[in-house]
Design a protein around this ligand. Sequence first.
Ligand code: ADP
Ligand code: MG
Ligand code: MG
Length: 315
Amino acid sequence: QRLSPGASLQKRLYKGKMSSVYKGRCLQSGLPVALKVYFKDRVPANVIHMVMREVSIHLQATEQRNVLKLYGVFQNDDVIVLVLELAARGSLSGICKSINGGRLSEAQVRQTVVEPLLDALSYLHGKGVCHRDIKAGCNGPRPENLLITADWGLRLADFGVSINLTEERAVTRAGTGDYMAPEVERCPLKAHPEENKEDTSLAYTTAAEPSLQGRFSGLCRVAPCRAVAQHGRGPKTGVTVLLQDVWSVGVLVYELLVGFPPILLGKGGLKFPASVSPGARDFIISALAHLPEERPTVRQLRCHPWMLAAGAAAD
Ligand code: ADP
Ligand code: MG
Ligand code: MG
């Protein structure tokens, strides 16, 4: 083992291809944290810049209350460690499964998920950041990026494929299966090879917190940094790219209300069970407009009549 876990790494919560997530505790404050650990020997050389971009964008977003807090980033020769707020209740999909066979009431979905998610996305989109991987994964074993804290707050996590459109252009396909907007499916899988030649000198060293030093030898703090711009040649730039997040929100809301993802057969082919209210249907249909230009922005969605019903009594 390259890590010397010591007492702080309490439990592994997730094991991915390049990274694992552990529950831990900050020795200084005593607060529980999550540690997302990237193992450098599992991260291909041309992908390491994406980890740096994840860090950079997450730091730009972390002030927003519904974004998972990123407290600090450290590295040594073997690992890059993201110290994150712990979402003690785990993923949204886990919660869904335990309630009503995977379905939540409209009021629950609106208040617990859609309101905080749209607030987080308004903040991100205002900065030119597109998350590009919003998903709950209620119907599969895939990891998901919406997490729930001990006091039932929603947190948007995983900026691994996010992009800041003021810094670079979106040229490659990013996102996951059902949640991917139609215009994204048409993007190439890989960027031009030259675009992957990235400068990874972004990370430089200052002292690590003593509480972490004991557990990962030789860790150095990674300074807040901006991603190195990728000079894409793709046609898509600006606000239309942001609208792929709106598509994912449409898929997510359908899935949470209906229990499975929408099946989209041509135009107007979306079917709803009788239980879904007209307001919710209109919300979902507008977010799932085939052409991105026809979708509402996140701010417009936030003002949709179905959202404004949030202050009212139960459905
Ligand atoms: P990946 O980039 O591999 O998808 P994520 O950052 O999405 O990694 O994390 C993967 C999984 O680890 C999440 O779906 C969640 O189950 C768990 N996880 C990640 N961060 C936290 C956290 N802060 N608190 C609790 N669980 C977490
Ligand atoms: Mg993820
Ligand atoms: Mg990721």
